[in-house]
Design a protein around this ligand. Structure first.
Ligand code: AMP
Length: 467
């Protein structure tokens, strides 16, 4: 279906919603929005293949609001504001971003929304729930906590949205999802969004969706055309020096650097800081406060490199992020697609650099198979003295953490949480700055064209605060 000349008005969205979109600077629907909105408005179940950055949030939030508008009430009575739409997301960060978007789109309607997630005192969320909300955005664990404490009622839910469903499965939320789904009314509309279509995702969609229509904005498992990808072959022990060189030479002010483990993330951030590069690590062992502070510093441009594990980076909606670096490439090829989805969003250009040691070659082969293309290889010109090989003991490698970071949603009631799929090894090495190619990443925004371009990455939460 061609979606080129479609306007939001032609999608039959209500004036209250169109007004909010106009004020927020959205001029035309993104392809996923143009395709998904009519299906949801028809009342059909939907299975959507869309990565973060495609505008998937509005693709479900806009028709969801439209369907709830006739039921909106200006009454102060909580009974007039039952939970009618439940949006389940894998992480706290995504939960905050999604709910912030819902608030923006719903601002000219009396519909109320709320976000609940783990890691904060559950009691602070209860009074807000008690006042009544039509749209609840939640992480699965915290939702179950509230259900156990009887602080919410799901008997009026008519729409269920599973956002980043593949991530929820990766993070071991399947048992929680099943428990939640069993508590919802049978008669409801279900929407599922996933960046990848694994066998597990297909199984989940068969289980939870009724006769769904499928929409896909990019080929599943494809990587964004706006992202220039490149690989540097580099011994593990030289990776740190190469990373420092790339960061020092790039004009890009904000870079997310991915590591496989929490230990590497922390160690790397410390090393970079020692070398005068502003860096901080974000991972599941950090407190919520530390994570928020690191993110704020990054989005304000105070931190040049944010070192993140896959779990921590999941769901971060960072606008106009021009570069990601894979310090270690992931052993699960889908994670590569997710990682580089952090850049080149909504039409902007981006660069994704992967530092690949000989031991990681086998993962690179899998990634190239998945994305069905070969990633261009570059050679590094790191000066010999910059190499760390001789300085580091073999002992160090032996000591590295073996496991993946686990999903770390904190809960008030302990419940066994299945581990993320197991991982393996990893490694390090140098690079050659081939002119300006790796560094310049102007970000012409295809969507939100009438908004001023910002220099620094902004979380959606930050955007909303400016409204
Ligand atoms: P999402 O994929 O939902 O995380 O959205 C990615 C980014 O695109 C967010 O910053 C949205 O605010 C922005 N966005 C989504 N839809 C549109 C649109 N139709 N026009 C302009 N910007 C949009």
């Amino acid at each position: 279906m061609s979606t080129e000349n479609i306007s939001f008005a032609s999608l039959n969205l209500a004036p209250e919603i169109l007004k909010a979109l106009d004020e927020f600077g959205y001029t035309t629907p993104t392809p996923i929005q143009a395709q998904a909105i009519p299906i949801v408005l028809q009342g059909r179940d939907l299975m959507a293949g869309a990565q973060t950055g495609t505008g998937k949030t509005a693709a479900f939030a806009l028709p969801m609001l439209q369907k709830l508008l006739p039921l909106a009430s200006t009454s102060a009575s909580p009974a007039r504001h039952p939970i009618r739409a439940l949006v389940l997301v894998p992480t706290r960060e995504l939960a905050i971003q999604v709910e912030a978007s819902v608030k923006v789109y719903a601002k000219h309607s009396p519909l109320r929304s709320l976000v609940v997630y783990g890691g904060v005192d559950i009691k602070t969320q209860t009074p807000h729930l008690m006042r009544g909300v039509e749209i609840l955005v939640a992480t699965p664990g915290r939702l179950l906590d509230h259900i156990e404490q009887r602080t919410l009622q799901l008997s009026q839910v008519q729409m269920l949205i599973l956002d980043e469903a593949d991530r929820m499965l990766d993070m071991g939320f399947m048992p929680d999802l099943k428990r939640i789904l069993a508590l919802l009314p049978k008669q409801r509309q279900n929407l599922m969004f996933s960046a990848t279509f694994s066998t597990e995702i297909k199984k989940l969609s068969e289980e939870f969706l009724k006769d769904p229509l499928l929409v896909e904005v990019a080929r599943s498992n494809a990587t964004n055309e706006n992202v220039t990808q490149k690989v540097y072959h580099v011994p593990q022990d030289d990776k740190h020096a190469l990373l420092a060189q790339i960061l020092n030479e790039t004009e890009t002010k904000q870079v997310i650097v991915f590591t496989k483990t929490k230990l590497t993330a922390s160690r790397l951030a410390r090393q970079l800081v020692r070398e005068g590069i502003s860096a901080d690590a974000i991972h599941g062992d950090k407190s919520q406060l530390e994570r928020i502070q690191a993110l704020d510093a990054f989005k304000n441009g105070k931190i040049h490199a944010l070192i993140a594990t896959d779990v921590a980076a999941r769901g971060l909606d960072i606008d106009q992020l021009p570069m990601v670096i894979n310090y270690e490439i992931p052993s699960a090829p889908e994670d590569y697609v997710h990682r580089i989805g952090r850049t080149g969003r909504a039409g902007a250009l981006g660069v994704a650099i992967s530092l690949v040691s000989p031991e990681e070659e086998k993962y690179l082969v899998e990634i190239e198979k998945l994305i069905k293309r070969e990633i261009p290889k570059e050679t590094s010109n790191l000066p010999a003295r910059g190499r760390a090989s001789s300085e580091r003991s073999h002992h160090d490698r032996g000591n590295r953490e073996k496991g993946h970071e686990r999903a770390t949603e904190q809960r008030s009631t302990p419940r066994p949480s299945p581990a993320k799929k197991s991982s393996d090894p990893w490694f390090d090495k140098p690079y050659e700055p081939t002119g300006a190619t790796t560094t310049k990443a102007p970000a012409p925004q295809l969507y939100r064209s009438n908004k001023p371009k910002r220099e620094v990455a902004a979380l959606l939460g930050g955007l909303q605060a400016k409204q």
